[in-house]
Design a protein around this ligand. Sequence first.
Ligand code: ZN
Ligand code: ZN
Length: 282
Amino acid sequence: MSEHEFQFVEPHLLGLYRELHALTVPADKVRAEPLGKAVKDMWQTGVPLLYCQPPSLDVHSFFALMQEVGAVLKKYHPERTGDVDRILAALPVDGAAREQAVRGILRRDGEWLESTVREHELSEELLGLVLSLTLRPFLRHFSAQTVAHLNLELWYRGYCPVCGGHPNFSRLSKAVGKRYLYCSLCETEWVFARIGCPFCRHAEEARVRYFTVDDDQRYRVYVCDKCRGYVKAIDESKAGQDEKIELFWEDVKTVHLDLLAMQEGYENKLAEIPDFGEEVKN
Ligand SMILES: [Zn+2]
Ligand SMILES: [Zn+2]
């Protein structure tokens, strides 16, 4: 990766992304059960796999990683040290409470989050960030262990088939001419309509369009005038012949496009939890 590619990213921010991306756990700290027919049937109705059959996570590794995430955040945002420390101090210490917390966090259980925030007077936004960053390496293993057993061509929805997250990035495949959405939380890619909004599923071309920026035709920003959502894309046919495309870094490299989209009045919907059936989340 050359530094030139990251010309739009503040060095400070790039350092933060690099350190966060380097945080990981061994694959055997996540255990996905085999996917039976009942699980696959449920998944096909639109329930992300994480909610059909959550994996078992190694609870000790989970809390150890949360400490590491906290340390990186404090290093890059020293002004938030007190807030981060309060979050780390509020985490449960005994075994059963930890197991319960991890189960709640995995399912993005709003109640667990709210009561923790209230009880310890925490910043909800910061706690959400710490939890997402901690979950990420675990969910990546979960995705790697399970996607081969799912037919992702059948999914065709605007949220992640594995963890339910919203996409912020996508890839226009040179080989097959399809658009793949990318989940930055678990790194799953799945096929979706080339035109069409992943957030509100609007498909009218008049209201879902894309723009490019003059000096780099490789990237597109798809915007939806119905729900004001946007998703960035890389057009592989415009990328170099042997260029290795890693969507995680493409997303980081193109922060200027996020700013542009937001200036135009579009919203980053990454933090929103998609509506795939409230009943399964609780
Ligand atoms: Zn995902
Ligand atoms: Zn939309």
